[in-house]
Design a protein around this ligand. Structure first.
Ligand code: ATP
Length: 240
């Protein structure tokens, strides 16, 4: 099932009691490409992201990251992933931005010297103080979201799983983040799955769009072709 795929799901299902959050999802993201996972509230985006991030087991089917079964949650698999969750709860409120990043870099086995070199540039690219002096608890929700992206990128993972990464950002910063992610995919070969409510954002940044509706992957394809197939006038600015 691996081959060219950075991310691959086959027949993936997840139940919570009687509720089926995902049903027989087949999804593929080629290495070095960016796929936007579009769906409205409750479509199953976060459930799919958590399974891929090794935080939740599927009820059925299989998912792979670079050919590694995510259900094994092996170190190689976890190291390959940079995950920015929709709701960030894992930073420490009383530590500074720089201290939080140093903590996570250490967990991921990033050399401290590399971390000190890489973190300021990433912080600046995300519109944050490159020195990371602010306490986490003093950051706005947009800044916290930006920091989550910095953390996801810090260990230079080949695969990024980003759950609504621009939801709390200003339109200008959201565009810059979109540009950065396109660069990370096209020039640096990262495989990116980005969940969003916003079809306009998906159209602007993604090579392909995958539409999830009530746990079912309805369609996956190039944004313009999808609009034509769905009978939409054009994706830009539209909400999913
Ligand atoms: P949103 O954009 O609102 O976050 P989503 O597309 O990410 O939505 P999920 O959060 O994956 O959707 O939820 C999919 C379905 O699974 C929803 O019906 C949700 O209520 C249900 N669900 C998710 N997690 C749980 C859980 N831990 N226990 C019970 N039901 C859950």
């Amino acid at each position: 099932m691996s081959g060219d795929w950075g991310i691959r799901c086959e027949g993936l299902g997840r139940r919570f009691g009687a509720a089926e959050a995902l049903r027989r999802v087949d999804l593929g993201v080629r290495r070095g490409s960016l796929v936007a996972l579009v769906g409205s509230n409750g479509a199953g985006k976060t459930t799919l992201m958590k399974i891929l991030a090794t935080l939740l087991l599927p009820s059925e089917g299989r998912a792979e990251i670079l050919g590694l079964d995510v259900a094994s949650a092996s170190m190689a698999c976890r190291r390959a992933i940079g995950y920015a969750p929709a709701e960030e709860r894992s930073f420490h409120g009383r530590l500074t931005v720089a201290q939080n990043l140093a903590f996570f870099a250490d967990l991921r086995g990033v050399d401290p010297a590399v971390q000190r070199r890489r973190a300021p540039a990433l912080l600046e690219a995300m519109g944050l103080d490159p020195a990371g002096r602010a306490r986490f608890s003093d950051l706005s929700s947009g800044m916290k979201q930006s920091l989550s992206l910095v953390r996801a990128l810090l260990h230079e993972p080949p695969v990024l799983l980003l759950d609504e990464p621009t939801r709390s950002l200003s339109p200008d910063l959201a565009r810059r983040v979109g540009d950065l992610l396109r660069h990370e995919a096209r020039s640096r070969g990262r495989t990116i799955l980005l969940a969003t409510h916003n079809l306009g954002e998906a159209d602007a940044v993604a090579d392909e769009v995958a539409v999830l509706h009530r746990g079912v992957l309805r369609v996956q394809g190039e944004p313009r072709a999808l609009c034509a197939e769905l009978g939409l006038p054009g994706a830009s600015g539209a909400e999913a």
